[in-house]
Design a protein around this ligand. Structure first.
Ligand code: PLP
Length: 287
């Protein structure tokens, strides 16, 4: 396996970074997770746009143009001879002195890893997930925007730890007002009386690329979609609940805080959207 590491392809064993890298020391950097389906990189432009916007927001200059990054990512997939893969792009502030100041870092580090896909087991999709709401809150968007996909994922990790301890598959993050925002690394949708709801991103959710693809697909298939705040109660009494994300695609939730959702099985609209999404991903992408 070859990893792109600041200008060259190196073997997996040799892909190491300095202990003085501020990405390691402080989580100073940005990242993306991207999927490749049958040789198509899904929504690469949208992922790169988000990467460049995240970097811009934290004043981190990616040392490649958008076109060069596109080529680097495609080349990493080709070099590893993968037709289905998960790609991780990381841009860190690079090596600097101890101390927070990014101005001591001379050159950002760019890393692209493409791995064969570790698919979630089929049973998880057939059974659906049990999720729980947790005490850790989504950071306030006016303090730190959730649109910055930074290397600082401690909030999300705390959420995941709480989920593990509660013995559930995934967690629901609330914002400081108690509105549901998203999962640890996925967006949330619910279905009530045939209408699909998802929280507006201003409540404190990442504007997921899968989320946006699902909103489009749902509308194209004649469903009404409303971006509207909702509470845990709304989730408990929903007919269907599902999560979306690059890693999970679309996955049903059948239990929230030990309340059964609908009839306790993945819902019809959820399954329909998962089918449509799987069709879309093989048609839509960069070869
Ligand atoms: N929310 C968070 C916090 C995430 O890290 C991710 C994953 O990227 C998502 C939601 C889902 O976004 P996407 O569909 O772009 O993968």
């Amino acid at each position: 396996q070859y990893i792109f590491l600041s200008g060259e392809f190196v073997k997996k064993e040799d892909a190491v970074v300095s202990v003085y890298d501020h990405g390691f020391l402080y989580g100073d950097g940005v990242f993306e997770g991207i999927r490749v389906y049958s040789g198509n990189v899904f929504r690469l432009d949208a992922h790169l746009k988000r990467l460049y916007e995240s970097a811009h927001s934290i004043m981190l200059e990616i040392p490649y143009t958008f076109e060069e990054m596109t080529e680097i990512i495609v080349e990493t997939v080709r070099k590893n001879e993968l037709s289905s893969a998960y790609i991780r792009v990381v841009v860190s502030r690079g090596r600097g002195n101890l101390g927070l100041d990014p101005s001591t870092c001379s050159q950002p580090r760019v890393i692209v890893i493409a791995e064969p896909l570790a698919l979630y087991p089929k049973e998880m999709y057939e059974r659906g997930l049990k999720v729980g709401s947790v005490a850790t809150r989504r950071n306030r968007p006016d303090v730190l925007s959730p649109q910055i996909k930074s290397l600082n994922y401690l909030n999300n990790i705390l959420v995941k730890l709480e989920a593990n301890q509660a013995g559930v598959d995934e967690a629901l993050m609330l914002n400081d007002q108690g509105y549901v925002t998203e999962g640890s690394a996925d967006n949330i949708f619910l279905v009530k009386n045939g209408v699909i709801y998802t929280p507006p991103v201003y409540l404190g959710a990442l504007e997921g690329i899968t989320r946006n693809a699902i909103i489009d697909l749902a509308k194209r298939n004649g469903y009404e979609v409303r971006e509207q705040p909702f509470t845990r109660h709304d989730v408990y009494v929903a007919d269907e609940v599902f999560l979306t994300g690059t890693a999970v695609e679309v996955i049903a939730v059948i239990d929230v805080d030990t309340r059964k959702i609908g009839n306790g099985k993945p819902g019809q609209i959820t399954n329909h959207l998962l089918d449509e999404f799987r069709k879309l991903v093989t048609e839509d992408g960069v070869k």
